[in-house]
Design a protein around this ligand. Structure first.
Ligand SMILES: Nc1ncnc2c1ncn2[C@@H]1O[C@H](COP(=O)(O)OP(=O)(O)OP(=O)(O)O)[C@@H](O)[C@H]1O
Ligand SMILES: Nc1nc2c(c(=O)[nH]1)N=C(CO)CN2
Length: 179
């Protein structure tokens, strides 16, 4: 019997601890198993925190393209397990976190369920999701619009910059600037 794989886009973010290491380990953890195959990885971008408490460190953000035999809810559970492995604490809404993994799209499934809304309800206005996604797949579309166009229109677009890979432990100041 052949398993049925569905394509999905996952967005990853980290603004606490060793952000870059966390992201790369998390990608490996997410695709560790026969139910998920990695199709593509975006570049990492450094982004100003959107929402939440003032003064939090900058994020590193990226997206990955996968295909999976997991159902949408199984995939969400898997994402939460990987977040837990990386010591994600849920206290303040949009507060700083070691790792956040969101499901941006799962095939062409749509859902208004609070537990899993698809496509992700805030993705279309978040350059920190859209821009790395457009770098990974310049032809991508979301809700019928070009992801690259949506990224350029997003309010947080000016706060994005390429990540130069220099993310030594303990060198992230309160502002998130790498010193
Ligand atoms: N597409 C989705 N991807 C991930 N979580 C989702 C999605 N839709 C709904 N949720 C729900 O949102 C809840 C809160 O998720 P989380 O703590 O990651 O929010 P957040 O990252 O702080 O904020 P945001 O939802 O704006 O990205 C999750 O427990 C999950 O049930
Ligand atoms: N720059 C940036 N800002 C955020 C992020 C994120 O990943 N990057 N995630 C949030 C909740 O998911 C809220 N704000």
């Amino acid at each position: 019997m052949t398993s049925r794989f569905t394509k999905s886009i996952l967005a990853l973010g980290s603004n606490l601890g060793e952000r870059n290491d966390t992201l790369s380990t998390a990608v490996a953890d997410l695709v560790d198993g026969p139910e998920i195959r990695l199709l593509g990885v975006s570049p990492v971008v450094q982004t100003k925190a959107v929402g939440g408490p003032a003064g939090q460190p900058d994020f590193l953000n990226m997206v990955i393209a996968i295909e999976t035999t997991l159902s949408p809810l199984e995939l969400l559970q898997h994402c939460h397990e990987v977040e837990q492995k990386h010591h994600r604490v849920r206290d303040v809404r949009w507060g700083p976190r070691t790792l956040d993994v969101d499901i941006i799209v799962y095939g062409d499934v749509t859902s208004d369920d609070e537990t899993l809304t698809l496509p992700h309800p805030r993705a279309a206005e978040r350059a920190f999701v859209l821009y790395p996604w457009a770098l990974l797949d310049p032809a991508a579309s979301l809700n019928g619009e070009s992801v690259a166009d949506l990224a350029a229109k997003a309010e947080d677009f000016p706060g994005l910059r390429p990540f130069d890979g220099f993310d030594e432990p303990g060198t992230i100041a309160a502002t998130g600037a790498v010193e």
